[in-house]
Every structure is written in C-alpha cells, then in structure tokens.
Design a binder for this molecule. Structure first.
Ligand SMILES: Cc1ncc(COP(=O)(O)O)c(C=O)c1O
Length: 498
C-alpha cells in the first residue's frame, strides 16, 4: 500500500535547520528534536511523505551529533512519524492510528476525510463556511434588472455551453483590466470554481496520476482529487507562505500531471504568493505533460494589500498553454449564484466545454444574467464589500483577544478567515462540542488531506455580521471553560517528547 502513495520532495538539511530554529534547545536533545519535527509535520511545516535529510547532513546543520539525529529519527519511526525505506532514506509519515485504513490507500476513494461539519441545530451560528451573505436590496435590484434583460437571451435556446456570451466578455475584460490580456474565447463559465476544478481534473488526469497540492488546502478540492483516484503530493504552506525552493523541487522531483495551487489568497492560511514566486512556479511547470490549475477564487478579498495581479500574468504569453486559472463570484459576491469560470487556451476551453455538456449541459441563464449585473456594479461596489469584511475581521480579532487570548494567529493580507493556532491538538473535539453549544465550525483537520494533521488549528471565517461573530467566539470560550480534564489527545504539542 505504501508504494501507492506519491512521494513528496526531499527537505534539504539547511532548510530543516531553518524550520527548527529555536525549537530544539532543550535536553535531551534527541527527544526534543523528534518532538519538534513531529510538530512541524502536524502543523504542515513539513509535508507528509517528504524525505528527511541524511543524518550526516543534518548533524552539522543543527550542530548536533550524528548519534542525536539518529536517535531522533528512531524516536520518530517508533511513534509512526517517520518511515525508513531501504536505500532511500527516512521519510515523514503519520502514525497508523491517525488514519482510516481506506484513506491510506490513495487509489481507494473512501469516505471524504475533509467531510463537511454536521448541520447545526436551528439557531446555531455557522462559522464553518467562509462566504458572505448577499445584501437583500442588491439581490432585489439586480433580479428586477435581470428580468428586464431576459427577453434577449429568451430568444435563444437557453443552452450556452461556453456560458452567456456577454458574461464571458465581461470576465475576459476583468482579467484584461487586471493585467492579463484575455479574449472571450479563453473563458468558460462554470457552475462555480469547484466545477471548474472538477472538469480540469477529469479532462487532464487519469487514475493514479500525481497531483501536487498545498498542505493545508481547500477540503473540497482535496476530496475531488482523491475521488478522481489521483495521488496528492502535498507541499507545505504556512502563514509565511510557500517555500519556493521546496515547491519547485517538489515539482521537479515528483513530475505531477497537474499542480493545484491557491496563490491568492490561500485557503485556509490567507497567504499571498509574491510575484517572483508566481513566475518561478510558472517556469517550473512549463514542461510537456504538466498542467497548472491556479485557483483565484479569493483574489478579490485583498484586505491589507492591493488586489493581486492574476497569477498567469507573471509569465510570458499569459503564463502559457499549460495554465488554467479559476475564478468565481462565490467569495466576493454570492456563492448562492453558482457562477464561476475558468480561463485557458481556446482549444482547452472547447474541450472542457464539451466535457461540461456531459455533466449538466450548461448553466442557468438567469444566474448568469445576475452575475453580469453584479460584475457591472464595478470596483467601487467591490471596495465597499472588502471594507465590510475588514470591519468584520476587526470584530473577530477583538472577540478572540477578549475571550480566547491564549489562541494565536497571523493576520493574513487577504481572504475570508483566520488560521488560528489553539496551542493544543483539540480542534476536532472542540468543533464537535461547539455544535452542542450552537456553533458550527470546521476543525483544521478538514484542511489536511491526511487525517491527523492540523488538529491544533481552527479556520475561523470573518464573514458573518459582527454580533454573530462575537457570540460565536464567546460560545467557543464557554466550551473550552467546560472542558474536562485535558488528557490524551488534548496534550499540549510542546509536551510531546515520548
Ligand atoms: C479556494 C476555493 N476554491 C473554490 C471554492 C469553491 O468555490 P465555488 O463556490 O465557486 O464553487 C472555494 C470555496 O470556499 C474556495 O475557498
């Protein structure tokens, strides 16, 4: 079964030493080194199935003896956080206890591990979803306007397999205005960004293909990849962003069929990939047989920075034929519309449109008319929306500081949520208990793609109205105040030295 797992990249000794800086000073050194590496694995600083440096290389990089490194690796192996493969070194792993057996096997679709949190009881506050409600007056106005526009498309059959022509033109114009010249023929309107990804996976990949993904990442994307019987190759992303060397190294070493990235703004960390790194990734994927799917669903949610230039604009010729950019109205406007799109070469757009016809024939004309009217509201409307999100984020920060001051987070430059560190691996248990207190929230574990990861993280969106956010945080604090004596899984991460 192990051979079926895709292998991630090798971590250079100097890089691991950098990641471990300040984490390994206590004694006994080998146990603390093992604990620190385990923490990095569980927090996504090191991907699962990445090759650890050779002992003789790590020892001088950490100024420790080779015996200490050897003992630390042995400790990791004993606890299931590393595996040795004869002749090919030591690889990071997760203990079997963290897995449902079917999920170890990437060839078996199994139950989706990023499963949506259970539905809350009536009256509960739902902060499991990072999406904004649509102001009613806007919906009413644009619906009325859409009805006035309907006679025109009503004269057509209603099937627009590429999307309503006017909407394709508007989306293309948006890319052009943001620095990526785009023609209508390069746009396929889809039922949301998720459908765009599913179409790309289904057209471009076959069972067993490797797909490079970020860890953590958007759970529905990870599940789509698993359900398509593809092998995810995880590359870590933290609030500090992507390790460029590791990312390009993983692209080179694993030669994935497709890479799926969320460069702006990454879900769940909110990180933004800098332009230079976008160009590097474009270069590293420009090889026959590798596709790059760039999910920019959250790109409009630029809270502390300018709206990022589309990723593909960082390469010559619009990034190249191998790039598929995905966008959606779900985050900046309303997910209830189910309108998204992809941008690709006209040839690929034609193939994807043909495939889409086999899924749901084409999208709703009325929804696309509404989408067009919303886009017509222009950047001023969007700026107000972003202001509103900023205000809600401020409310969430204040509530967390007041009720849960021991939690920590890094303020992301954009996106719709905070990736909060709870300091102890209790996220799933907390999410379960929170439901009984009327709060639906997603454990960080949903974003891992591997059971056992990110158990000390919660993703907390700031999309609800301020009063609901405050109350949700107050209730989470109440759940923690009632917490039974902490034991077993609830131990602090730093306590782990066994
Ligand atoms: C990164 C990312 N991609 C895609 C989606 C799904 O978007 P849509 O509603 O357009 O399918 C989401 C929704 O949360 C997301 O965060």
């Amino acid at each position: 079964m192990e051979q079926q797992r895709a292998r991630g990249a090798a971590i250079p000794a100097a890089r691991l030493a950098q990641l471990l800086a300040g984490m390994t000073t206590a004694r006994p050194a080998y146990r603390h080194l093992a604990a620190a590496v385990r923490t990095l694995i569980l927090d996504g600083g090191i991907a699962v199935d990445a090759r650890l440096p050779a002992e003789r290389e790590l020892a001088p990089a950490l100024a420790l003896s080779r015996t200490t490194i050897s003992a630390a690796y042995e400790q990791l192996r004993k606890n299931g956080y590393a595996r040795s493969r004869r002749g090919s070194g030591t690889w990071t792993a997760l203990p079997e206890s963290a897995h449902c057996p079917a999920q170890w096997d990437a060839m078996a679709p199994g139950p989706p591990h990023g499963a949506t949190p259970p539905m809350p009881p009536p009256g509960a506050i739902d902060i499991a979803t990072a999406a904004l409600p649509m102001p009613q007056d806007v919906l009413h106005q644009d619906l009325a306007e859409a009805v006035r526009h309907l006679p025109h498309p009503a004269h057509t059959s209603g099937y627009h397999s590429y999307g309503l022509p006017e909407l394709r033109t508007a989306v293309a114009a948006r890319y052009t205005a943001r620095g990526l010249p785009t023609h209508r023929e390069q746009i396929l309107v889809t039922a949301g960004a998720q459908q765009a990804l599913s179409l790309a996976l289904s057209l471009l990949c076959g069972p067993g293909d490797r797909v490079l993904v970020e860890s953590p990442s958007y759970p529905n994307a990870l599940d789509a990849i698993r359900r398509a019987r593809l092998h995810p190759v995880p590359v870590p992303v933290t609030e500090d962003g992507w390790d460029g060397d590791l990312l390009t190294c993983a692209l080179r070493q694993s030669v994935p069929r497709l890479a799926y990235l969320i460069p702006a703004f990454h879900n769940p960390t909110g990180a933004l990939m800098p332009p230079g790194q976008c160009a590097e990734v474009l270069g590293a994927t420009r090889r026959p047989g590798t596709w790059l799917v760039v999910d920019e669903t959250l790109a409009d949610m630029a809270l502390d920075t300018a709206t990022p230039t589309p990723f593909a604009a960082h390469g010559a010729g619009g990034g190249g034929e191998h790039v598929i950019s995905i966008g959606s109205l779900s985050k900046s406007y309303w997910s209830g519309l189910r309108v998204g799109w992809l941008r690709a070469s006209p040839r690929l757009v034609a193939e994807l449109a043909e495939l889409r016809a086999t899924v749901d024939v084409s999208g709703s004309v009325l929804d696309q008319l509404l989408a067009l009217l919303l886009l017509d509201r222009g950047d001023g409307w969007l700026a107000d929306r972003v202001d509103q999100v900023r205000h809600r984020r401020q409310t969430l920060l204040a509530a967390l500081e007041r009720y849960l001051p021991h939690w920590s987070w890094r303020l992301p430059p954009g996106g719709l949520s905070l990736w909060v560190d709870l300091g102890q691996p209790v996220a799933s248990a907390l999410a379960e208990r929170a439901l009984a207190h009327g709060v639906r929230i997603g454990s960080g574990a949903r974003f891992g793609g591997e059971p056992g990861l990110y158990e000390h993280r919660l993703r907390i969106p700031y999309t609800l109205p301020p009063a609901a956010l405050q109350e949700a945080v107050r209730r989470l604090a109440a759940v923690l105040a009632d917490w039974p004596p902490v034991a077993g899984a609830a131990r602090s991460r730093s306590d782990w030295v066994a």
